[in-house]
Design a protein around this ligand. Structure first.
Ligand code: C2E
Ligand code: MG
Ligand code: MG
Ligand code: MG
Length: 291
């Protein structure tokens, strides 16, 4: 239908198999919440060069009863197409904000610590999304500025309701991050129309930071744009020390990637925070004595 009236499209057996697979996954996913198959892992976002944890990004995980772990890269698109993302997204948000409130109260209140949660296009189109976010922040007693909602350029590219939602979220005091920055539509034009606090530089650019002069120039330019507009820039997908060192030289103060931490269950983040506090406060005598 979308390809125009006068065109024929042949659906081969592979496409049928694909459609069946998709329908099965969608059916299973619709029961995943009730069956307790979803969890949230958290990946720290750290300061350069020291690696201190400045917050985490919530990343949903699905353990399918027979397939095992299914990647969000596979099931989030399914959840978007079926609309299930609205329910799943609200669940992730509540879980993450609850967890953030607990971590923040255990830390020094003054610690610059934030929770980032991804929102897909479908969620931003939902008329109740802003109310849902406001209600969750209220229930969890989490100040709005502690929450960052990660959106993609593509989700808000067309303007309309998605952009209105982002503006309302920002008016609530929630921070807005542009995820996978540089890979979507209209990266620069969007910075004029959409309220943005954080640029998350896509891994595909970060990969090039130790590559050619041209590739490095892109990463440098994004850092310069962020500085000029007073935005935070987070380098995503940092996998090596060489990348981290070069990013620091190019002006990056925040990073995320396997070189620092992988996404991990909440208990592991709690342990990482405690280990860090032990190191930071050792001089002040706050550390638990080693046994
Ligand atoms: P994203 O928001 O860009 O998240 C970053 C992805 O990169 C995560 O994949 C993370 O595990 C991975 N990653 C982080 N550091 C590295 C690294 O150093 N190397 C490599 N190779 N990968 C790294 P994940 O968890 O599989 O999530 C994939 C995507 O699924 C996310 O991309 C996001 O778009 C979406 N997603 C995940 N959780 C949620 C959610 O709760 N809601 C929505 N709407 N989307 C979600
Ligand atoms: Mg993200
Ligand atoms: Mg990202
Ligand atoms: Mg990315």
């Amino acid at each position: 239908k979308e390809s125009g009236k006068s065109r024929w499209v042949e659906y081969g057996p592979e496409l049928d198999a694909h459609a069946v697979e998709h329908a099965q996954l969608a059916a299973d996913l619709s029961q995943a919440l009730d069956r307790d198959e979803l969890t949230v892992h958290y990946q720290p976002i750290v300061a350069l060069p020291g690696g201190e944890i400045r917050g985490v990004e919530a990343l949903v995980r699905w353990r399918h009863p027979t397939r095992g772990q299914v990647s969000p890269a596979v099931f989030i698109p399914v959840a978007e197409r079926t609309g299930l993302i609205v329910q799943i997204g609200a669940w992730v948000l509540r879980k993450s904000c609850d967890q953030a409130a607990a971590w923040i109260s255990a830390l020094d209140e003054a610690a610059p610590w934030k929770m980032s949660v991804n929102a897909s296009a479908r969620q931003l189109l939902e008329p109740s999304f802003v109310d849902t976010v406001a209600a969750i922040l209220h229930d969890c007693a989490l100040p709005p500025a502690r929450l960052t909602i990660e959106i993609t350029e593509t989700a808000v590219f067309g303007g309309g309701r998605a952009l209105d939602t982002v503006r309302s979220l920002h008016a609530l005091g929630v921070k807005i991050a542009l995820d996978d920055f540089g890979t979507g539509h209209s990266s620069l034009g969007l910075l004029r129309t959409c309220p943005v606090d954080v640029l998350k530089v896509d891994k595909s650019f970060v990969d090039g930071v130790t590559g050619t002069v041209e590739q490095e120039a892109i990463v440098t330019s994004i850092s310069e744009i962020a500085q000029a507009l007073r935005l935070e820039a987070v380098a995503e997908g940092v996998e090596t020390r060489a990348q981290a060192n070069r990013l620091l030289e190019l002006g990056y103060q925040l990073a995320q990637g396997f070189h620092f931490y992988r996404p991990m269950p909440p208990e592991a983040v709690t342990a990482a925070i405690a280990a860090e506090a032990g190191v930071t406060h050792r001089g002040a005598g706050k550390a638990t004595p080693a046994s």
